[in-house]
Design a protein around this ligand. Structure first.
Ligand code: PBG
Length: 327
């Protein structure tokens, strides 16, 4: 056969070592940010029914979990609070001894180098389950910003390394940046959930965090899944307001958006591989329908290939173990 007539792509696929030599995308344990749900009370480790392998953990049991995370080479966690009491203004979010503030202190006590990303939002703490203040059935933008700023400052005071506002009010990055700076936290970066879609893939998270909206939905503040240019507008304004990282969320149905944002901005890009993406794989794996490890690693690799520098994922511990085993 005259090999000038076609290319022999299979030459580079002939052995495992050759394939490894030309592999373009590599996952590392330090790529992952592991979400933790911290519940009030003692001696609690409740598995989330819609997220097998994910637990709500009380403060007294946190150290063991952290030891495992650190031993796997994971460098950062993102904290979500599951408070016992909620009110209409989400005061548990910005209480100095709120559940996330206390969990942050606990992490810093045992593992000062483990990076704490604080999710800055009100929905886990409001009785109506919305991410901001509600008046006459409307989620208020500017009035909610003041509470978010208080939340971010209290998280930084507790020792959070990175503030990650997720509530999708307009102007949250500039408000939080100004608030942090005035409180003396000019060195604390903001990881903005800049591009957050109104997604059905968040369903299991709302079980884990008890944060389902009690009326309506989040469509007046989270984005329409059909929109692409709007993602670039959201990312652009967060960059102008001072975001140090950009998050795109969810990940798997939004790989095109991850790539667009990566190509357009030169800050570290984070993808949130959300609860529903985890649960779909878990459920199929528990039924024996897919190979969990192979499917999960393919998903994470594709998210990184699409342009994510970091991935927030419930598979972080499993993936870190799998990566260790393969070395
Ligand atoms: C809080 C928040 C949500 C998620 C992260 N932060 C829920 C929501 O917006 O309803 C979802 C994460 C996931 O599904 O894994 N606003």
């Amino acid at each position: 056969m005259d090999s000038t007539q076609f290319k022999r792509h299979r030459r580079l696929r002939r052995s495992a070592n050759l394939r490894s030599m030309v592999r373009e995308t590599h996952l590392r344990a330090e790529d992952f940010i592991y979400p933790l749900f911290i519940v009030e009370g003692e001696n609690r480790k409740n598995e989330v029914s819609s997220m097998p392998g994910v637990f709500q953990i009380s403060l007294d049991l946190l150290k063991r979990e952290l030891d495992e995370i650190v031993s796997l080479g994971i460098k950062s966690v993102i904290l979500f609070g599951v408070p016992e009491e909620k009110d209409d203004c989400g005061s548990g979010a910005y209480h100095n001894h709120g559940i996330v503030q206390e969990a942050t202190r606990e992490v810093k006590k045992h593992h000062p180098d483990l990076l704490v990303v604080a999710d800055t939002c009100l929905c886990e703490y409001t009785d109506h389950g919305h991410c901001g203040l509600v008046e006459n059935g409307q989620v208020l933008n500017d009035a909610s910003l003041a509470l978010l700023v208080k939340t971010a400052i209290s998280q930084a005071e507790a020792g959070a390394d990175i503030i990650a506002p997720s509530n999708m009010m307009d102007g949250f990055v500039s408000a939080i940046r100004k608030g942090l700076d005035e409180a003396g936290f000019e060195d604390i970066p903001i990881m903005s959930y800049a591009v957050k879609y109104s997604s059905a893939f968040y369903g299991p998270f709302r079980d884990a965090a008890n944060s389902t909206p009690q009326f309506g939905d989040r469509k007046t503040y989270q984005m329409d899944p059909a929109n692409r240019m709007e993602a670039l507008r959201e990312a652009q304004s967060d960059i102008e307001e001072g975001a140090d990282f950009l998050i795109v969320k969810p990940a798997l149905s939004y790989l095109d958006i991850i790539r667009d944002v990566k190509n357009s901005f030169n800050v570290p890009m984070v993808a949130y591989n959300v609860s529903g993406e985890y649960s779909l794989i878990k459920a199929a794996a528990l039924n024996g329908w897919v190979d969990e490890k192979a499917v999960a690693m393919e998903m994470l690799t594709s998210i990184k290939r699409a342009g994510a520098d970091l991935i927030i994922t419930y598979f972080a511990k499993d993936a870190a173990k799998w990566i260790k085993e393969s070395n």
